[in-house]
Design a protein around this ligand. Structure first.
Ligand code: ZN
Length: 57
């Protein structure tokens, strides 16, 4: 995992997703869907894309 290279925003989003998943039964059940978990992962992916687009400029 190289999250530290992706900028503080992505690291924060990743941490939020991990912390949610650690305490969420739905996220830990394979095959189950969790709207909150998906939202947090989506925010992380957006932060990663943002960091990469800024890197390329
Ligand atoms: Zn969840």
């Amino acid at each position: 995992m190289t999250a530290s290279l992706l900028g503080p925003a992505a690291v924060n989003e990743w941490r939020a997703a991990l912390e949610h998943a650690a305490g969420c039964l739905a996220c830990r059940t394979s095959g189950a869907r969790c709207e909150t978990g998906e939202r947090l992962l989506g925010a992380y992916e957006r932060a990663v894309r943002q960091a990469r687009s800024e890197e390329g400029q």
